[in-house]
Design a protein around this ligand. Structure first.
Ligand SMILES: [Zn+2]
Ligand SMILES: [Zn+2]
Length: 231
């Protein structure tokens, strides 16, 4: 409310962090510069790294997560607070901010745009509890900024999976076996991008990418607002 009154009084969008005039994605230029940008990172899975390398250990062992993986921010302040506020406090403005930042990062990288974007599906039970899918709140704004349609029903959770918070990478992979189903008729021959708020081990992304490829997608990108180091 205060923000919208300020917008009205000062004739423009204000930075969500310091209230200076916004430059892009609802943030001012100095606050954008100070964000925890994810570099250096593994070029194949966006894992934060201490120094640049051609591939992290996990990608060497398991192969790339997807055809293109981009996570522009590290899961660190203030981006970790945005993820938390969007997921647990229904602060939808955080989804809009991350969606716009993600779109800008994709433009800057010059990676090929998909034909459709797909928010990481939430199990219907969790969707009912939360009332919205946080990944869809990011995807909605990202798609709008890049003029790519969002298709939230291309894939869905087939099986309810255990909470992954305390599982290691191997346990997450087993937990996610057969977790997703996808609409082959709409995916055949398409380039789609999966959108999420945070990538942790990449196990969910790997499982969904495998399902999308099996259903006929020819190129799958994975774009997440933030990336954690391996737990
Ligand atoms: Zn600012
Ligand atoms: Zn990697």
């Amino acid at each position: 409310m205060v923000d919208s009154v300020l917008d009205w009084a000062l004739g423009g969008e204000r930075c969500a962090l310091c209230h200076a005039p916004a430059f892009e994605a609802g943030l001012c230029a100095p606050c954008i510069d100070a964000l925890p940008w994810n570099a250096p990172a593994c070029p194949r899975c966006a894992l934060p790294l201490a120094s640049p390398t051609s591939s992290c250990q996990q990608c060497r062992a398991l192969g790339p997560v997807a055809d293109s993986v981009l996570c522009p921010l590290r899961y660190a302040p203030p981006a970790d607070r945005w993820v938390h506020a969007l997921k647990y406090e229904a602060e939808l403005a955080a989804g809009r901010r991350m969606g716009r930042l993600l779109a800008q990062a994709i433009r800057n990288e010059g990676v090929p745009l998909p034909e459709l974007i797909l928010p990481m599906p939430l199990h219907p039970k969790r969707l009912r509890e939360r009332g919205y899918n946080q990944a869809q709140e990011i995807a909605r704004w990202m798609g709008r900024a890049l003029a790519v349609p969002m298709a939230s029903t291309l894939a869905w959770r087939w099986r309810e999976t255990a909470d992954q918070t305390h599982l290691n990478a191997g346990e997450r992979r087993r937990n996610l076996r057969d977790a997703f189903r996808a609409d082959g008729a709409r995916l055949a021959g398409r380039h789609v991008a999966v959108i999420d708020d945070v990538m942790t081990t990449g196990a969910s992304a790997r499982a969904l990418v495998a399902t999308l490829r099996k259903a006929g997608a020819t190129r799958v990108s994975v774009w997440c607002a933030t990336r954690t180091p391996l737990p």
